[in-house]
Ligand binder design. Structure first.
Ligand code: RBZ
Ligand code: NIO
Length: 337
């Protein structure tokens, strides 16, 4: 059961509460894996994924039949600084596209057999420009976290969170820089495709924001000062999924920045999550390295929307189908060497 999310204190308590994989299911799944009709380890990472999934679901022989994709949308005051190749109106236009089934994520969710929900967060009220002050007040942060918190279907058995928000590779870069240090240039990429002058300007904006909010506090304070509503909603959903024991597939750079805010507060906050893919946004690999996550796919995607996470659902489904559907040596009458 998810506690009601009324303020940051309840969120912090829930994030730090008791939850984890089921040891008996983990052991049962590992035992079963050792008896399946294949040479030991021959299914490579699929074996680890299936055992990990079984542990979080509390079922040594699980199935994935109800994956959920949630796309959160938000707008960013920092777009006034010219950080994106596209205008902010595209956020609401893309929300309509999602609702009409016309975006990439609609096709990828469908192909993966996932349901898809879209939550637009106050698109006509962008966050504040983080070069002049905190992006969100604490109340705004709680509201955004709560949208993600309550968007997770408790009956889902796998979750992908994605985002739409013109300008949001800038807050994602600022979050990464604030969490991990180094130069703004290390974390700033081209997003939707800014040119060289645009990249230099975006890097300056990231540096200014990180300097202004240098003493903001931990990952959740950084999320408030430098993040955005859809980024916070993703963090809220990822945290809720852990409590509901729903494994999560992370998407690209922006989703990983949201997740990183949680990992900064609790080091095992993302144990129920795998990295679906490595985005072509330059710094994504470095964020995943910081999180200790090895991506499942590397297809040169730089889209967001949950696209890479949705693609990776197919890999998890396949891993779990092998684990739970294969015959054991004894059942099949195959000599186990
Ligand atoms: C048509 C369109 C569809 C998208 N779908 C995801 N994004 C992606 O691009 C944006 C981030 O890049 P930046 O920081 O450069 O604005 C986000 O909305 C992200 O989801 C899109 C961007 C566009 C233009
Ligand atoms: O990796 C991502 O999520 C990403 C990269 C570029 C633009 N939008 C999203």
């Amino acid at each position: 059961m998810l506690p009601e999310l009324s303020d940051m204190k309840t969120f912090r308590e829930a994030l730090n509460g008791d939850s984890g994989p089921d040891e008996a299911a983990l052991q049962g799944a590992a035992d079963r894996n050792g008896q399946l009709t294949k040479p030991p380890g021959a299914l490579g990472r699929l074996e680890d994924l299936a055992i990990w999934y079984a542990g979080w679901r509390g079922d040594a022989r699980p199935l994935i039949s109800a994956p959920q994709v949630i796309v959160f949308a938000g707008n960013h005051g920092v777009t006034a600084q010219g950080v994106s190749a596209f205008p902010p109106e595209v956020t609401v236009q893309m929300v309509m596209n999602f609702e009409h089934g016309g975006a990439a994520i609609n096709q990828l969710a469908k192909a993966a057999g996932a349901t898809m929900d879209v939550h637009a967060l106050e698109l006509d009220r962008p966050t504040a420009d983080f070069t002049t002050g905190p992006a969100m007040t604490e109340t705004e942060l709680v509201q955004a976290l709560r949208v993600g918190w309550t968007a997770v279907d408790p009956n889902a058995d796998l979750l992908v969170v994605g985002e739409m928000g013109i300008g949001n590779t800038t807050p994602a870069a600022a979050i990464a820089c604030a969490l991990y240090g180094g130069d703004a240039a290390d974390w700033t990429g081209r997003g939707t495709g800014v040119d060289d002058a645009g990249l230099a300007n975006k890097t300056r904006v990231v540096a200014e924001g990180v300097t202004l909010h240098a003493d903001s506090g931990d990952g959740l304070d950084i999320l408030r000062c430098l993040g955005g509503r859809e980024i916070a909603a993703m963090a809220g959903a990822i945290a809720a999924a852990r409590i509901l024991r729903i494994p999560v597939v992370l998407d690209g750079f922006i989703c990983s920045a949201a997740a990183a805010c949680l990992a900064n507060v609790r080091s095992d906050a993302l144990d129920h999550a795998v990295a679906g893919h490595q985005s072509a946004e330059g710094a994504h690999g470095a964020v995943l390295a910081q999180l200790g996550k090895k991506p499942l796919l590397d297809l040169g995607l730089r889209l967001g929307e949950g696209s890479g996470g949705a693609l990776a659902i197919n890999i998890l489904k396949s891993a779990v189908a092998c684990h739970s559907g294969m015959a054991t040596f004894a059942e099949a009458g195959v000599s186990d060497g």
